[in-house]
Design a protein around this ligand. Sequence first.
Ligand SMILES: N[C@@H](CCC(=O)N[C@@H](CS)C(=O)NCC(=O)O)C(=O)O
Length: 246
Amino acid sequence: MRESSSNPVPVERPRLVGRSSSHFTRVVRLFAQECGAPYELQVVGSLLATDPAAYGGHPGLRLPSLITAQGTVFGALGSCRALALHATRPLRMVWPEATPAPLAANALELTVQAMSSEVSWIMVTGTGGEACGYAAKLRTGLDGMLGWLEHNVEPALAALPERDLSYLELSLFCLLEHLEFRQVLPLAPYLRLQQFRERFTERPSARATPFVFDGSPAAAQRQEEAQRQEEAQRQEEAQRQEEAQR
Ligand SMILES: N[C@@H](CCC(=O)N[C@@H](CS)C(=O)NCC(=O)O)C(=O)O
């Protein structure tokens, strides 16, 4: 992953318009790591910007979007699907349409809804709306969804077909990490969800894509590390090709 300024086309490699502190963006960053798809990150500076250009042309003023040579894809799921076309590693992926109903499909629905409710809660409370009735409703809904997920996570995951990764696991991990990163709610009461999160954290893709606020010293350090890893991978690949030609 590289970080770019907001250059217009041509697009050499897919450009992910998002933020390193956003859970929907992390879904795409994590997926790219899992399947070895190259991309550049174009950081959205402010979530209060009202010009679609700040969001890669997203008319709903949302992120992420993925700018590719074929056009711009809006949203996390579409961006993952588009990046799958650039995969350099095989990945048996369970996409939403292959997620068995009702249990695993409900878990996916509630995970993605909880991600959206969390976004709304952060936006409402971050712009002076802490005391409004809607903030309270969002919070109650979030608690309800987390409770349901805690109760059903194990059978829902067990219902998934054989795989390397599923959109459910990818999204659920990003949701749980983000709830804690943004201190929206503590995960302490949710033991099964914590266990899932701990297992998923072992994946190199999870370790390679931590949440950071873009522009912070942690983000700069992360960026340097990613460039070092990318260079090491490039050299390894060149060496492999050289050996194969001997
Ligand atoms: N359905 C979209 C949702 C994207 C979304 O809500 N992104 C958040 C950031 S994580 C956002 O754009 N927030 C800005 C806002 O709420 O105005 C997707 O799956 O990508």
